[in-house]
Design a protein. Structure first.
Length: 330
């Protein structure tokens, strides 16, 4: 029997996930949920840019969830507090949930009570819930843990990810402040509108997965300025304007830095790449020239996790709990 899947959220990432799902055998999409007026009532295939699928997008989440999907693929918001009720409804409908909500990747430090409640509800329903994607979920955490397999001990972790945001979707370019003045950027940071969500969660995942005692997790956010004019499909950024963001997440044990994550996302990045350095026995360095394409990889990570998630122990899981592999079929 194919896995019955509901897509909850049909924005750019949700649409990409649907297109990947359609390439897999062993899965069938039985419903789609979104509140956007220009999507409600339309065929899901039309919304995501493929042939009609015979599935209409609905804004009535309760009615769609009542169809009893095996898995709900959830992609509506980055913030755990905002999506908690959505996730709870999916769990109570008896469905496993894989979500792109970045804070769900490791909510136990920031939202211990909400995490406990969701974990208890998932266990009571006999389903598993997972937050994952490319970052958090893979490049700056799960890949680190995977590479650490060949180490006897690890003293310190350094990860750098440089992303050319000009190749990414408009919402992300806006989220990193591309085209703003420095003053506008700093005001937006204060208001919580500018930042990559999930860097502290990646620090926490690494610390948990490697057994590193981290007392404090800190984060800094600074603008990266364009050195020359940059044009993307969506934006025009002049020299001197903000091209994007540099965020640094640090895991500290006392005054000793054990984990350092350096994320640079900006339009016009000359040398995008992913780099992981493990300091221990032995030291290890891995580098991906060009980096990992965020949107394509997020859809892939989510879809590839589905056949693993349905066999996971019930409860609120993290990528530490699941293996990683490519899933050609479910």
């Amino acid at each position: 029997m194919p896995l019955r899947i509901i897509q909850y959220g049909v924005g750019p990432i949700g649409s990409a996930i649907v297109r990947v799902l359609l390439e897999r055998t062993g899965a069938t999409i039985i419903g789609a949920i979104d509140i956007a007026a220009d999507k409600v009532g339309r065929d899901l295939g039309e919304v995501v840019g493929v042939s009609p699928l015979g599935v209409l997008v609905s804004d009535r989440a309760d009615e769609v969830l009542a169809r009893k999907a095996d898995v709900v693929v959830h992609s509506t918001s980055s913030y755990f507090e905002h999506v908690f009720d959505q996730l709870l409804a999916c769990v109570r409908a008896g469905s496993h949930v894989v979500s792109t909500c970045e804070e769900l990747a490791y909510p136990f430090r920031k939202y211990p009570e909400l995490a406990r409640r969701l974990d208890e509800e998932a266990k009571a329903a006999g389903v598993a819930v997972l937050g994952t994607g490319v970052n958090p979920g893979f490049v700056m955490d799960k890949l680190v843990l995977t590479l650490a397999t060949v180490c006897q001990r690890i003293e310190r972790v350094f990860v750098r990810r440089v992303v050319d945001a000009s190749q990414r979707r408009l919402p992300l370019q806006r989220k990193i402040g591309a085209g703003m003045t420095v003053e506008e950027f700093r005001e937006a940071v204060k208001a919580g509108r500018i930042r990559h969500v999930g860097l502290p969660e990646s620090v926490a995942l690494i610390a948990d997965g490697l057994g590193i005692e981290v007392e404090t997790i800190s984060e800094t956010i600074e603008p990266i300025l364009a050195e020359e004019e940059v044009r993307t499909e969506y934006l025009h950024v002049r020299a001197g304007q903000v091209a994007g963001v540099r965020q640094i997440g640090r895991g500290l044990a006392g005054d000793q830095e054990r984990i350092h994550l350096d994320l640079q996302m900006y339009v016009g990045a000359k040398e995008p790449m992913d780099e992981i350095r493990l300091f221990g026995t032995p030291d290890l360095c891995a580098r991906i020239p060009g980096g990992t394409h965020g949107d394509l990889a997020t859809a892939a990570v989510v879809v590839n996790s589905i056949p693993l998630l349905v066999h996971a122990s019930p409860g609120l899981r993290t990528v530490i709990d699941l293996p990683v592999r490519f899933a050609a079929t479910f």
